[in-house]
Design a protein around this ligand. Structure first.
Ligand SMILES: Nc1nc2c(ncn2[C@@H]2O[C@H](COP(=O)(O)OP(=O)(O)OP(=O)(O)O)[C@@H](O)[C@H]2O)c(=O)[nH]1
Ligand SMILES: [Mg+2]
Ligand SMILES: [Zn+2]
Length: 354
């Protein structure tokens, strides 16, 4: 296998030196480009192969987290002239994006592995700031750099765009506005993309993830649905995750829209996402200040003084509570379940009082 071909998929020596050890065992490295129900698609940059796990691999798998996901680097043994492969192992992941399954059991669903940037998409006419913060926390927690993409900018009037810009300024993060239908902004995004880095498209169903990918590919390679007649908003289409290389060298993972993000561990992610808020906390009177009711809370003061946006503060508290709650053990949770409800009410009252 030519190492330059696998580099096209984002491989570098940091991931794993292409060792003679592998060659001795007739193994080589490939990247998972698609996950299907009972099999995988892997690529080594030249050949795309249907792949399955070894019996040993399956036997040793304890949870979903041990299974290959899109973006994973795996060692494989190729057969039948590179049409079929057996996956032996997963190489250590640099990043892993996962969400908690809905329902009670603490089981994760893997979204993608070894991603460098997360492109969080939101439609210009229906921006959900709470969801945005969630995505940012999730990505920051996973050490993946978030990029905010506002899609369907064509649905807004000049005036509405102006208003949107002022709303977005409170996010304290960079964003890019695009329209897939009037070919606006996609060039600008294109220029920002770095070759051999892996980008993951994220956002609710119908925001235009696949349309954007098609625009970047300059091709209608992937199917999107016709615009829904009533409201012109379209419907969801993508059914499986896929990894695709652009001509420019950047690597993209398309995702089916997620209905929800679930809960997640967000301690570190919170700190990065809400740094502008948390930077005030060093001045809080109490070290364990919850920033909800304490006297001498510097964050509450900053909200009152208009230094911190009220809605942004709301999101922060909401996600912080979720994170604290998530980190409790199951028994603790049961006990605190009631208390949690009360805390939420308390906090609503505080917001009302402002
Ligand atoms: N007005 C407008 N419509 C768009 C734009 N981009 C995409 N659409 C439409 O929105 C619908 C959904 O687009 P998709 O690209 O399939 O959305 P998606 O995010 O991939 O959806 P899932 O695959 O379900 O997650 C389609 O009908 C598109 O034509 C845009 O910039 N402006
Ligand atoms: Mg799609
Ligand atoms: Zn405080």
């Amino acid at each position: 296998m030519e190492s330059k071909d696998i580099r096209k998929l984002g491989f570098n020596e940091k991931i794993q030196p292409l060792s003679t050890e592998l060659m001795k065992n007739e193994l080589s490295i490939a990247r998972v480009i698609e996950v299907n129900k009972n099999s995988y698609m892997v690529s080594n940059g030249i050949h795309e192969m249907i792949a399955e796990l070894t019996g040993k691999f399956m036997f040793e798998t304890k949870s979903a987290i041990d299974l290959p996901t899109v973006g994973d680097w795996v060692t494989i043994q190729a057969f039948d002239n590179f049409t079929f492969a057996i996956i032996h192992s997963i190489l250590p992941r640099s990043t892993l994006l996962k969400r908690k399954e809905s329902g009670k059991r603490i089981e994760f669903q893997l979204i993608a592995a070894n991603i460098d940037f997360g492109l969080v998409m939101q439609p210009a006419d229906q921006i959900n700031f709470n969801l945005l913060d969630r995505y940012f926390v999730l990505l920051n927690e996973s050490k993946i750099e978030p990029i905010l993409v506002i899609s369907k900018i064509d649905l807004l009037s000049e005036k509405q765009i102006e208003f949107l810009m002022s709303e977005l300024s409170r996010l304290k993060s960079q964003y890019i506005t695009i329209s897939n239908t009037i070919d606006k902004g996609t060039d600008k995004l294109s220029q920002k993309l770095i070759p051999y880095k892996t980008y993951c498209l994220l956002g609710k169903s119908g925001v235009g993830k696949t349309s954007l990918l098609n625009a970047l590919l300059n091709d209608k390679a992937f199917k999107i649905n016709e615009i829904r007649e009533k409201d012109g908003r379209g419907r969801h289409t993508t059914v499986r995750r896929q990894l695709i290389c652009l001509n420019s060298g950047s690597i993209f993972i398309d995702n089916p829209g997620m209905r929800e993000l679930g809960n997640f561990e967000i301690e570190a992610g919170l700190e990065i996402t809400f740094n502008d808020i948390l930077s005030h906390s060093s001045k809080c009177r109490f070290k364990d200040c919850s920033h909800t009711h304490e006297s001498g809370c510097a964050i509450l003061k900053a909200v009152k003084d208009g230094e911190i946006d009220k809605d942004r503060y709301s999101n922060f508290i909401k996600l912080k509570k979720e994170s604290d709650f998530y980190e409790m053990s199951f028994l603790e949770k049961k006990k605190k379940d009631k208390l949690f409800g009360k805390m939420k009410q308390n906090y609503k009252k505080i917001i009302r009082d402002f």
